[in-house]
Write a protein of this length. Structure first.
Length: 146
């Protein structure tokens, strides 16, 4: 029975904080694009996504990050973020900075767009993103700044 229960270890040194968040964003996009609700399981998003995965050429325009993490790793990043955002020990300003970081790295939005969505200047958004990165590095010693 114990042989059947294989625990997977998370290798946090595989990416930096930014890398993990960008990979998590790519994983979220992959899951969203593959999702479908038609009975035969074929959905226009699935067809489009399969075409994108098969192509070695990256889409033009918005920067594209290819997903290189598995479901377990994505779940671990999601648990980390969810715990910080739902914790009563995390103050409002820190949560706001984390939201800015998530918008920038996970949602792949530029600092100008983050600033616009959070009603602050681009410089303030950059500071918030930077503060959140350092907060994560200090909060969880497994994560690295690079």
């Amino acid at each position: 029975m114990s042989a059947a229960l294989k625990t997977q270890q998370m290798e946090w040194s595989k990416y930096s904080i930014d890398g993990w968040l960008e990979q998590f964003g790519a994983w979220c996009e992959t899951v969203r694009m593959k999702g479908g609700d038609l009975p035969d399981g074929l959905h226009i998003n699935q067809i489009y996504w399969l075409m994108r995965e098969a192509s070695n050429e990256l889409p033009k325009g918005k920067s594209y990050i290819r997903c290189e993490i598995d479901d377990y790793e994505a779940d671990q990043v999601q648990i980390l973020l969810r715990n910080l955002l739902n914790s009563e020990k995390t103050d409002f300003t820190t949560k706001f900075a984390l939201i800015c970081l998530i918008k920038n790295k996970v949602e792949n939005k530029g600092l100008g767009k983050v600033a616009q969505e959070t009603n602050q200047s681009k410089a303030q958004a950059a500071i918030m993103v930077s503060c959140a990165r350092f907060y994560l590095a200090g909060h969880d010693k497994r994560l690295e700044l690079k």
